[in-house]
Design a protein around this ligand. Structure first.
Ligand code: NAD
Length: 445
């Protein structure tokens, strides 16, 4: 069957899931030539099995608000593929979350985990719950209700849950607390925990560190470095925080952050004092970036826009899927951007990716850039199993090694003779091969 026909059929089988179809289409277009004439793959129906999750859980999440009213949200967990190891992936609380987005994120997670060379399968979960403006007690009751519906389907050897948008160490604590009460086990079923009871010292910012380490490896191959680079970042959450902190440490200057309300341009750069303020801003749970520009005179707040219209050498989207379309990719090009590293999953639309590649802007997909978050989760799990605690520097050294290895894999599989390196193709082919071989080895299951 041709790829177009396969995708047409996939769309019919999964109506109203455009993000999922987009993720599969981008992925398959880069591995198509590997698959086309491979009898082993077609005989084992690898493609058909890879585009159908192992299991989709959808459930109601009723919880009591502070006024005593019951509110009902919709929860999900998509256990996508466990050929390489137990399912593993984040939990997202966001009002616009749909099953199609969760499936896309779980599909991406399978290959991200594969690319890390670690023994982990892929999953993703979450709920259409909006943490914005909720009290501490409401957040706790919501987390407890979410895990009450899911606890018997997850576990350290089954499915490991971590953070994502709207889910940081506070939420992981509440989810884990109820899980522990129900199972009587203090096990590594969750990552992103507080370092005081099983988490790593680097906590959430390490995801962003991994992104910057990969950028460092990339620049080194271009005989370049982060020193003196101007970086545009979106979001102001955990991922953005880690990216800004590590980019600053390596001599770069980050000049933007953003939220759903707009973006802030800070020509002087977001230094360590301002970075501390970002933590305060997040703690307000208002999800607004504007107060930053009031706190720091000389910065500019631009309402309702994204930060891709400022001059920069590197763009690192750290917020949400599809935040860069072809028009915004064009603005980045006009503003001299040379590298785009996706920290948020599926940050770019298909057209934007093509535009970047056609215009010699080096594009690195989130699948590769985000391997750091997988690595940190795996290191946390290893610590929990071995009942040890590694120092921050030990963890960071391991993270650096993993990112360098990931970069080399993408380069190896993405090299195209005179045309340079296609990192999208490199990441997808390297990740696909490992998953496909494991699936064939394990038979028709
Ligand atoms: N935390 C992790 O473990 C992890 C791991 C891998 C990938 N990621 C990815 O990184 C990205 C950011 O995650 P995070 O952990 O920083 O989450 P977070 O909740 O800490 O921050 C999310 C950020 O996105 C912004 N945002 C949300 N909706 C938006 C919208 N509609 N428009 C503009 N901005 C919006 C918020 O303002 C916030 O700054 C996500 O795409 C996530 O999938 C996170």
């Amino acid at each position: 069957m041709s790829l177009d026909r396969f995708l047409y059929q996939l769309q019919l089988n999964n109506p109203n899931e455009p993000e999922f179809i987009q993720g599969v289409r981008v992925f398959l277009s880069t591995v198509e030539d590997r698959i086309r004439d491979d009898f082993r793959l077609s005989n084992a129906a690898v493609l058909e099995r890879l585009t159908e999750p192992d299991r989709v859980l959808q459930f109601k999440v009723p919880w009591l608000n502070d006024e005593g009213r019951v509110i009902v949200n919709r929860g999900y967990r998509v256990q996508y593929n466990n050929a390489l190891g137990p399912y593993s992936g984040g939990v997202r609380f966001h009002p616009a979350l749909t099953l199609g987005t969760v499936k896309m994120l779980a599909f991406e997670q399978v290959f991200k985990n594969s690319l890390s060379s670690l023994p982990l399968g892929g999953a993703m979960g979450g709920a259409n719950f909006d943490p914005k403006g909720k009290s501490e007690a409401e957040i706790m009751r919501f987390c407890q209700s979410y895990i009450l519906q899911l606890w018997d389907a997850v576990g350290a050897d089954i499915d490991i849950l971590g953070g994502d948008i709207g889910v940081g160490s506070r939420e992981v604590g509440y989810l884990f607390g109820m899980y522990k009460k129900l199972t009587h086990q203090h096990s590594g079923a969750f990552t992103g925990k507080s370092p005081d009871w099983g988490g790593t010292g680097l906590r959430a910012e390490s995801n962003g560190y991994g992104v910057v380490y990969l950028l460092k490896s990339l620049l080194k191959r271009h005989n370049d470095s982060l020193g003196g680079k101007t970086i545009a970042v979106s979001g102001f959450g955990n991922m953005a925080h880690g990216v800004i902190k590590k980019a600053n440490a390596m001599g770069a200057k980050v000049v933007t952050i953003s939220g759903p309300d707009g973006y802030v341009y800070d020509p002087g750069g977001i230094d360590s004092t301002k970075l501390e303020y970002l933590i305060e801003l997040r703690a307000t749970s208002q999800d607004l970036v504007r107060p930053y520009s009031i706190e720091f005179p000389g910065t500019i707040y631009v309402e309702g826009k994204k930060p891709w219209e400022v001059e920069c050498d590197v763009a690192i989207p750290c917020a949400i899927q599809n935040e860069i379309d072809v028009k915004e990719a064009g603005m980045l090009q006009a503003n001299k951007c040379r590298y785009l590293i996706e920290a948020a999953d599926q940050s770019c639309t298909e057209e934007a990716i093509q535009f970047l590649m056609d215009n010699s802007i080096t594009y690195v997909p989130s699948k590769a850039a985000n391997v750091g978050s997988v690595a940190i989760s795996a290191l946390e799990l290893a610590q929990n199993t071995m009942k040890v605690a590694w120092s921050d520097s030990e963890i960071e050294n391991r993270l650096q090694d993993i990112m360098e290895r990931t970069y080399n894999l993408c380069r190896q599989f993405g090299s195209q003779n005179k045309e340079g390196v296609n990192y999208l193709r490199g990441a997808n082919v390297a990740a696909f091969q490992r998953v496909a071989e494991a699936m064939i080895d394990q038979g028709a299951v």
